[in-house]
Design a protein. Structure first.
Lengths: 279, 332
């Protein structure tokens, strides 16, 4: 901001507001992180103090890592999240392109139909989904989870991406057609790069619910081989005794990959915004 | 050889008929301009020629070949768009070469044509830049370069100057005219700007509501319009239309006189007073309200001073009076 437009009082107020919001948002994460490095007693006695030489303990992480399959759960979560996101973005963008670009009978109704899913929680259909998965022999496979999450994410993806696809210049697409690009090339090479910021938004929206989901892994894929991280962490939560060290350590570890994915996508997001701003 | 022949082209979007039975022939090397108010169907017609829209009925022939069902890339055309439509992820070089690369032409030919086109449009210093690093005028030159690279049988321009500022528009207009002379290629140019139409065209096609109103050389249309619409559309300020009966022409409904054909004269038949004066330096436009309550524009060359509300008397030569019947057709 230039000097003439800077106002100290405003600037302080804005920063105070933003900082307090940041603290508010990060506080639970911070509590989880510090407590994951403490002994059980210290967690309960002084939950808000950072670990000191007396209370420092890695017992939570040791338990989690000794639990053997933890890395496997991790891998399952990662596969499910990344593959689901890939399909949501691919199919969502393709549907959006078709809805935005081609005139066909029932175009508007098709768009509304695809967006309808935003209003209907997919969990209502859990029983039917389970029956379908049993019938098709997909119970206890990661495929089952990927299919469900893709279906869950598509309505919003189609809805958001259609709006953005409509903004891709017709002239540009027509220029591609005259230069001999196929419709697929126009989609992948001209349209997709231009809606990248919107794709990043959709990815961020979808990633966190998928990564954190407990419901569908518990119902569709509870086997040892297909457990996701969230489901795997539940072994430390018992009916009578909960191993808080282990739960907190598992949660701390679970944050890292989401954070990494988020950084990747939000970078895209910011690049998209600034690319338009400096034109 | 004819560069383009349209037979009975019709196009409707649902119940809306945008083009109605259009017949048109463009000769080899001709520069034809489609002009008309917005919504008259000129851009749609261009898209039909390019193959970006299907005609609902009719036949499109380019270079003597029926291309009605041929995809745009195989029609032997190139198109320049109003919004430039450059590929944002490619450099100028990549933008210009993409069409030939898609057609799998040999590298040497691409390189040769690239050199030629960039020299013609003075784009050499910018070949490795991306479109976002170019100014509007440069971008439009790249878009024209991309069209030249294809060596098409027919160039299509879709309001290519509309996004440029006034000074640049004039320069680019001159460049396009020079390009047409150098390449001797057939070109179709769509615009709503009558200056572009008058200055560039060998022939102008005036369109309204999906039909062709009149086709002809610019000066023919200006001097000899078929109907009131063409007469009013070409020329700035536009032609004055007044009631013919009240001014001594019983055989017609409307009398049209161009602003530059009106003269101040003490014996002139048109009496009124000045309501507004626009001084443009080289010429002066005077708005006159006649005693019959009709408004006239008078164009005088040079600089003049008029008092508002001053009485004024105007005359005109008989040969400059255009007469139209109640349907707008010319009465001769």
């Amino acid at each position: 901001m230039n000097k003439a437009r800077r106002n100290l009082a405003h600037s302080i107020a804005a920063h105070t507001l933003l900082l307090s919001y940041t603290i508010l948002a990060l506080f639970p994460v911070f509590v989880i992180l510090i407590n994951s490095f403490k002994t059980r007693k210290a967690i309960f006695r002084h939950p808000l103090t950072p670990p000191n030489p007396d209370s420092f303990s890695l017992v939570g992480y040791e338990t989690v890592l000794k639990q053997g399959d933890f890395f496997h759960y991790f891998q399952n979560s990662m596969i499910v999240t990344v593959v689901s996101l890939f399909f949501i973005l691919l199919f969502g963008a393709m549907a959006a392109f078709a809805l935005a670009e081609y005139r066909f009978r029932g175009n508007v109704w098709m768009g509304l139909y695809l967006a309808l899913g935003i209003m209907i929680p997919i969990r209502i259909g859990t029983v039917a989904i389970l029956q379908m998965m049993v019938a098709s022999g997909l119970v206890n496979t990661l495929t089952a989870l990927i299919l469900v999450y893709t279906a869950q994410g598509l309505p919003l993806a189609v809805f958001i991406l259609t709006e953005f696809m409509k903004q891709v210049s017709d002239d540009l697409k027509n220029a591609g057609r005259i230069d001999g690009l196929s419709e697929y090339a126009i989609f992948f090479r001209l349209a997709l790069p231009l809606v990248r910021p919107a794709m990043a938004t959709v990815a961020v929206f979808n990633m966190i619910p998928i990564w954190n989901d407990l419901w569908f892994p518990l119902i569709l894929a509870p086997s040892e081989a297909t457990k996701t991280l969230t489901l795997g962490s539940q072994v430390f939560i018992g009916q009578f005794v909960t191993n808080w060290n282990a739960v907190l350590a598992a949660l701390s570890l679970a944050i890292i990959p989401v954070l990494a994915l988020y950084v990747i996508f939000s970078r895209q997001l910011i690049r998209g915004i600034t690319a338009g701003a400096v034109k | 050889m004819t560069a383009l022949r349209l037979k009975n082209i019709s196009k409707s979007f649902g119940p809306v008929e945008v083009l109605k039975n259009i017949d048109l022939t463009v000769e080899d090397g001709e520069f034809v301009v489609f002009v008309g108010p917005s919504g008259c169907g000129k851009s749609t017609l261009l898209r039909v020629i390019a193959g970006l829209e299907d005609a609902s009925a009719g036949l499109v022939e380019i270079g003597g070949v029926d291309v009605t069902l041929t995809p745009p890339a195989k029609r032997g055309i190139a198109m320049v768009f109003q919004t430039y439509a450059l590929y944002p992820h490619l450099t100028v070089r990549g933008n210009m070469a993409l069409g030939l690369k898609q057609a799998r032409r040999p590298k040497e030919i691409i390189e040769k044509r690239l050199k030629e086109a960039s020299r013609m449009l003075s784009l050499e210093p910018y070949l490795d830049r991306r479109p976002s690093e170019l100014s509007g005028g440069q971008r439009q030159r790249v878009a024209i370069g991309r069209a030249i690279m294809r060596e098409p049988k027919l160039f299509l321009f879709d309001e290519p100057l509309s996004n440029l500022d006034a000074a640049l528009r004039m320069n680019t207009r001159v460049e396009i005219a020079a390009l047409h002379r150098n390449l001797a290629a057939s070109m179709i140019y769509v615009t709503h700007d009558q200056t572009e139409a008058m200055t560039l065209a060998d022939r102008i096609v005036v369109m309204r509501d999906g039909i062709v109103e009149q086709v002809g050389a610019p000066m023919d249309l200006y001097n000899n319009p078929d109907n009131q619409f063409v007469a009013g559309f070409l020329g700035a300020p536009s032609m004055n239309f007044i009631n013919a009966g009240q001014h001594g022409f019983e055989q017609a409904a409307v009398l049209g006189i161009r602003p530059e054909h009106l003269k101040i004269s003490d014996t002139g038949p048109l009496q009124g007073h000045v309501t507004h004066v626009e001084r443009l330096g080289a010429d002066t436009n005077v708005l006159v309200k006649l005693n019959t309550d009709e408004m006239l524009t008078l164009r005088l060359f040079g600089q003049y001073d008029f008092e508002i509300d001053a009485p004024i008397r105007l005359g005109y030569a008989m040969k400059d009076a255009f007469l139209f019947d109640e349907n707008g057709h010319r009465v001769k």
